[in-house]
Write a protein that binds this ligand. Structure first.
Ligand code: ZN
Length: 225
């Protein structure tokens, strides 16, 4: 905690002068064009990984980067927080992209895979049920990459399941169908620092190098609608 408190002072003294003008402009509005959904894990640092700055990313984080699915009426079957972030991003910010980003060595995925909670954490146990479809898929359909550890295999499948949960929200489905919103599944390998994107054509997560980045950029929806 001391690191955090002293970090504020360091930011004020060293960084704030460079950001002062940007923050004064951002105080009036944010222009994020992407909702970035990822895990609360401290090793996943979105702004560092995608080289973004204040105002660039609207971020929603939780344990396991989970999105409770919606009912046919569009009501969340889980926590309202996730659904609210999705509604705000899509309806108010009018983001053109939603990224669900999982990661390697995810504690949530390890817990889901072990299915044997060691702690008394009833809320966490209930929350992790939103990843159950990933477990089912791993058991019945197998991994996308069998070289990965089982909990990482589960973590990759979980990204796909959460993208499907996103599509249960009528406003998301409508915008995706209209071509004004693009959903992407990413996966971060902590050990190597590589970010991967799910490519449906190869049914695998591929490293986002320059060549893949250009292909992904070519598929983006136009900003604004
Ligand atoms: Zn995690």
């Amino acid at each position: 905690m001391r690191k955090l408190i002293m970090g504020i002072v360091e930011f004020r003294e060293k960084m704030l002068p460079q950001y002062a003008e940007q923050f004064s402009k951002l105080a009036l509005a944010q222009t994020a064009d992407a909702l970035f959904i990822t895990c609360s894990d401290s090793r996943v640092v979105p702004d560092l990984l995608v080289s973004t700055h204040p105002g660039d990313l609207f971020t929603m984080r939780n344990v396991g980067n989970l999105i409770p699915p919606a009912t046919a009426e569009g009501d969340s079957t889980g926590d309202l927080s996730e659904a609210s972030a999705i509604e705000y991003a899509v309806l108010v910010l009018e983001v053109a992209n939603i990224v669900v980003c999982g990661h390697s060595e995810c504690g949530a995925m390890k817990a889901v895979y072990a299915r044997n909670p060691k702690m008394k954490a009833p809320n966490l146990d209930k929350w992790l049920c939103h990843a159950n479809d990933a477990t089912y898929r791993l058991e019945h359909e197998g991994p996308l990459d069998d070289r990965l550890k089982p909990h990482d295999q589960l973590s990759q499948l979980n990204v796909l399941v959460q993208l499907e949960h996103l599509m249960t929200y009528p406003m998301v489905r409508q915008q995706v169908t209209a071509g004004t919103l693009v959903l992407s599944g990413w996966w971060f390998d902590i050990a190597t620092g590589d970010m991967y994107a799910y490519e449906p054509a190869s049914r695998s997560f591929e490293v986002i190098d320059r060549a893949l980045a250009e292909r992904l950029a070519a598929r983006l929806a136009p900003r604004g609608r």
